[in-house]
Design a protein around this ligand. Structure first.
Ligand SMILES: N[C@@H](CCC(=O)N[C@@H](CS)C(=O)NCC(=O)O)C(=O)O
Length: 219
C-alpha cells in the first residue's frame, strides 16, 4: 500500500520548515498543503484542535502536531539517515538543546524584533546570552549533530535562517562573525546543506512578510 504523507504548513514558518527538512533528510515524499493562517482550513482545525497551529503531519490518516514531536515521529518511522543520536544520553542531550532553542532562543528572538521598551532591552541581552550558549555548545563541531545535521540543527533553523531576517527588521546586528565565529561558520555550512538549501524561503519575501505583520501588529 502506498503511504500517505501530508504536511499542513505555512511557507514563512520555521516550525513547518523544520518538518520539511526532516522529511527531506529521510527522502520521504509528501503532499504539502499551504494553510492560510488568517482563515484556517476545517482540516487543520480537525487535525490540530488543541493548538489550531501548523505544522501538522498526517501519516496514513494519523495526525501529529508540534514540530519537535513530528520530527521524532519521522525519525522513528523512517529509520534510515537518523536524525537523533543512537545512545539514550546523546538523545537526551539533543532533546535538551532543542527545548532550549524553543523555550529560550525563540522568545528572545521574537521580543528583540517586535518587543517594545524594556521588554526589548531585556530580550537583546537574552538573545546575546543564548547565542553565546549555543556557540559554546557547537564548539568545534561542524554541526550540532556532529558531522551531519541532526535534531538540534533542524530546530536551530530559527538561528540559521530567521535570525538574519529579525536582525534586518530590528536594525540590530547581534550575530556577528567577530562575536560568534563558530555560529557564523555553522550558518554557512547549514544554508548550503543539501537538505536545507533548496527550501530556504527567499529572504526578501520573508522580510516583506514579517514587516507587514509587524506593521499590522503595531496598529
Ligand atoms: N510549538 C509549535 C509552534 C507552531 C506555531 O507557532 N505555528 C504558527 C505559525 S509559525 C501558527 O500556526 N500560528 C497560527 C495561530 O497561532 O493561530 C511547533 O513547534 O510546532
Amino acid at each position: 500500500m502506498a503511504e500517505e504523507v501530508k504536511l499542513f504548513g505555512f511557507w514563512a514558518s520555521p516550525f513547518s520548515r523544520r518538518v520539511e527538512i526532516a522529511l527531506k533528510i529521510k527522502g520521504v515524499k509528501y503532499e504539502y498543503i499551504e494553510e492560510d493562517l488568517n482563515n484556517k482550513s476545517p482540516l487543520l482545525l480537525k487535525y490540530n484542535p488543541v493548538h489550531k497551529k501548523i505544522p501538522v503531519l498526517v501519516h496514513n490518516g494519523n495526525a501529529i502536531a508540534e514540530s519537535l514531536v513530528i520530527i521524532e515521529y519521522i525519525d522513528e518511522t523512517w529509520k534510515h539517515n537518523p536524525i537523533l543520536p543512537q545512545h539514550p544520553y546523546d538523545r537526551a542531550l539533543a532533546r535538551f538543546w532543542a527545548k532550549f532553542i524553543d523555550e529560550k532562543a525563540v522568545p528572545a528572538l521574537r521580543n528583540f524584533t517586535w518587543g517594545k521598551g524594556k521588554e526589548r532591552e531585556v530580550a537583546i541581552g537574552e538573545a546575546c546570552e543564548h547565542l553565546k550558549t549555543l556557540e559554546n555548545e557547537l564548539g568545534d563541531k561542524k554541526f550540532f549533530g556532529g558531522e551531519d545535521i541532526g535534531l538540534v540543527d533542524i530546530v536551530a533553523n530559527v538561528v540559521g535562517i530567521w535570525f538574519g531576517v529579525c536582525q534586518e527588521l530590528s536594525g540590530l546586528e547581534l550575530l556577528t562573525e567577530e562575536k560568534f565565529p563558530k555560529l557564523c561558520k555553522w550558518i554557512h555550512e547549514y544554508v548550503n546543506h543539501t537538505a536545507i538549501k533548496e527550501d530556504v524561503p527567499p529572504r526578501d519575501k520573508l522580510i516583506e512578510f514579517y514587516s507587514a505583520r509587524f506593521e499590522a501588529a503595531s496598529k
